[in-house]
Design a protein. Structure first.
Length: 117
């Protein structure tokens, strides 16, 4: 399984970025897909995820600003990030998880997002 993340960059506070993650296979094969981020000196945290069956979860700090979506035809998930804040600065990682036959997590290479004040 390969996950290719793209779309990071430098943006001013209040701006927008769109991250994309292309999977090497059908995204239907995963139970969960989502985005995590890790800021300097901090632990990696879940930002948003799609649970197969169309359930979506967001961390509280991004609710109302970020939107996660999936494109089954292109085997990609995206994260639309609006109203960006300096505290959103981090390396963002795409994640895919399967529960069967055992729990397996797959990670993309990370894409850096920097929000200047």
């Amino acid at each position: 399984v390969q996950l290719q993340a793209s779309g990071g960059g430098l943006v001013q506070a209040g701006g927008s970025l769109r991250l994309s993650c292309a999977a090497s296979g059908s995204i239907f094969s995963f139970n969960v897909m989502g985005w995590y981020r890790q800021a300097a000196g901090k632990q990696r945290e879940l930002v948003a995820r799609i649970i197969r069956g169309d359930s979506v979860n967001y961390v509280g700090s991004v609710k109302g600003r970020f939107t996660i979506s999936g494109d089954n035809a292109k085997n990609t998930i995206s994260l639309q990030m609006n109203s960006l804040k300096p505290e959103d600065t981090a390396v963002y990682y795409c994640n895919a998880r399967r529960y069967y036959p055992t729990v397996n997590d797959y990670w993309g290479q990370g894409t850096e997002v920097t929000v200047s004040s």
